[in-house]
Each structure stands twice: as C-alpha cells, then as structure tokens.
Design a protein around this ligand. Sequence first.
Ligand SMILES: Nc1ncnc2c1ncn2[C@@H]1O[C@H](COP(=O)(O)OP(=O)(O)O)[C@@H](O)[C@H]1O
Ligand SMILES: O=C(O)C1=C[C@@H](OP(=O)(O)O)[C@@H](O)[C@H](O)C1
Ligand SMILES: [Mg+2]
Length: 176
Amino acid sequence: MNPSPNLFLVGPTGAGKTTIGQRLAAHFGLPFVDLDVEIASRYGDTVTAIFKREGEAGFRSRESAHLDEFSRHQGIVLATGAGAVLDPLNRDALISRGTVLMLGVDVDEQLDRLRDDGTRPMLAGDDRRGRLQSLADNRNHLYEDIADLIFHGRHEGVDSALPRAIALLERHWKRC
Ligand SMILES: Nc1ncnc2c1ncn2[C@@H]1O[C@H](COP(=O)(O)OP(=O)(O)O)[C@@H](O)[C@H]1O
Ligand SMILES: O=C(O)C1=C[C@@H](OP(=O)(O)O)[C@@H](O)[C@H](O)C1
Ligand SMILES: [Mg+2]
C-alpha cells in the first residue's frame, strides 16, 4: 500500500502525531516509533526531565541523533516531536526518507486538547495561548515546507479523524 519506505508525522504539539500515528501504524500493519518515547527510554528519563537537566539545546541534539537513526529504518510510522523540524538536517532526512504527513491544528483546539496535560516543557509557565501562537508563527511554515500531505485537524475526536487521515494517505499513495 505504501510505496514510500516510511511515514513521518510532523506538526504542532497536540496535533495528534503520537495518537494518530499509533493508530495509522496499526491500520497499515507497520511498526510505530515515537521519537520522544525513544529518547526518554534511551536515557531512562522523561522529556521534561531532560529539558530541565540539559536545557532545550541538550534535548535537541538527542532528538536529532534519534531522528537520524530511526528515519533510516524501512517501513515504519515515526511520530516526531513538534520541534524536530527546527534543524534543517532533520528536515532533509525526513524529506528524503519517507512520506511526510503534517497534522495541522489551530491554537484553540490545542488549548482544548492539552488542557490537563502538564507533560510539554515548551508550554510550561503562563500564557499558554501566547506560547502556542508564537510556536505556530515560527514553525508552521517549516511543517508545510516539507509535507507531502497536510491533514487539517478539526474539532473532532480521534475516531472521527482517523478514517479521514487513512483516506488522505491512500489517495496519495495510489497516485504515486
Ligand atoms: N482529532 C484528534 N486528533 C488527534 N488527537 C486528538 C484529537 N482529538 C483529541 N485528541 C487528543 O489530543 C491529545 C494530544 O495528542 P498527541 O497525540 O499527544 O499529540 P502530539 O503527539 O502531536 O503532541 C491526545 O490526548 C489525543 O487523544
Ligand atoms: O514543541 C516542542 O518543541 C516539543 C514537543 C514535544 O512533542 P509533541 O509534539 O508530541 O508535544 C516534545 O518533543 C518536546 O517536549 C518538545
Ligand atoms: Mg507526541
């Protein structure tokens, strides 16, 4: 079904890269890898703890190393973290080693989905809306630049989004 070696999910925090990625992998019968989970398990720590101990720069260098490693696999679904696209080498690896699916989401929906979620260090502190807006301003064009496909998240649950995402991918792969 997938003529491309891998499926890479990119997009803002809370867009559903982890959740939808897992469900897409199950649907297509492919192994699922979440970059953040791999980083956390490799260092026996949470992403939040790595941010606290090493700062964002420390996390980013681990993220780039893991992205390079896992993007070389064949036939996986890989959920990246929202900031993985900041490094141009990461963007090149994603573009050249698989189909890049951007999951888009607006700030209101992010606020809603992540209301009770305290696990995202980039959102720590006050003014979540302002932080999300500035992350969107800085990053959305990077996702769009590398995406083969863009899935626009609506105000709907995962069960309703999933078949739309599957249909989008199947249409794309049929054309390839
Ligand atoms: N339509 C939807 N698509 C994706 N995630 C959704 C949707 N509706 C609700 N969610 C919820 O949003 C939360 C954030 O999703 P997550 O997969 O962690 O995003 P990401 O990995 O992109 O940061 C999860 O709790 C997920 O169940
Ligand atoms: O916005 C970011 O830079 C980050 C997003 C997180 O992933 P999600 O996109 O799954 O939240 C995780 O990689 C880390 O906390 C940094
Ligand atoms: Mg995630």
